[in-house]
Design a protein. Structure first.
Length: 236
């Protein structure tokens, strides 16, 4: 039996945070030592990553530290085989989440821990909401887009039931990207009123959308474009 020499002290000791439920709920469930080691490694490796959106590539599990630990867990099996089985068990247990990715004819898998951020990452990858990465990362996951109600609150003000109805109807009439851009224009031009946003959307619909129209609206009185269902809207 190999003996551990002990943890170093002071600045030499880096730490990895584990959620309390790992010990109280998850650990009692795990009945396979190799699976346990793969899960612990995943939590540690993800903690070494930087940025908001963290994931592990399948190839990152093929390192000698983990493989040596898996050989100790199952000495009679090839470490690579043990790794595949352990990963499959961790995914089947819903501790790790896995998503296949195709990027420029290159296919690979990413793994996240089943946390709020991990679920968000995987769902965005499955929805194709990612771009080609940089700094050695094959992909970058795009920030989650706020829904139209959240964006309205951020750009203009508080919601009422009437405003919600107007926003729902606007989503049925205009492209989501148009609404988002028009709300942002309202902030940039310090015109934090739905009447201004509605004027931009109406003009894009009738005259076509391009940067010239957007710039022009910033110099004009938007109220003269308000007609129909927006005419009686209470401004904020």
């Amino acid at each position: 039996m190999k003996k551990f020499t002990g943890f170093p002290e002071g600045s030499k000791l880096s730490t990895t945070a584990f959620p309390a439920t790992f010990f109280t709920e998850l650990m009692p469930m795990i009945d396979d030592l190799a699976e346990f080691k793969v899960i612990v490694y995943s939590l540690w490796a993800l903690n070494q990553k930087e940025g908001e959106f963290r994931y592990l590539l399948r190839e990152e599990y093929d390192n000698e530290i983990l493989l040596e630990g898996l050989r100790a867990a199952k000495p009679t099996a090839a470490a690579e085989t043990t790794l595949e089985h352990a990963l499959a068990r961790a995914v089947a247990r819903n501790v790790l989440l896995c998503a296949p990715v195709t990027l420029e004819d290159n296919e690979f898998e990413i793994f996240c821990v089943n946390s709020h951020k991990g679920r968000r990452n995987i769902s965005q990858v499955q929805a194709g909401q990612f771009i080609k990465g940089f700094d050695g990362r094959p992909i970058e996951i795009l920030p989650e887009r706020p829904n139209i109600f959240t964006l309205y609150e951020q750009c203009i003000g508080s919601l009422t039931a009437h405003i919600k109805d107007i926003l729902i109807e606007a989503q049925e009439t205009y492209h989501r990207e148009w609404i988002e851009e028009a709300l942002n224009l309202a902030v940039v031009n310090n015109k934090r009123k739905w009447s201004y946003v509605a004027a931009i959307l109406k003009r894009w619909e009738t005259e076509g959308k391009n940067d010239d129209f957007s710039r022009g609206l910033a110099k004009e009185d938007s109220k003269r474009y308000i007609t129909g269902k927006y005419a009686d809207f209470i401004e904020h």
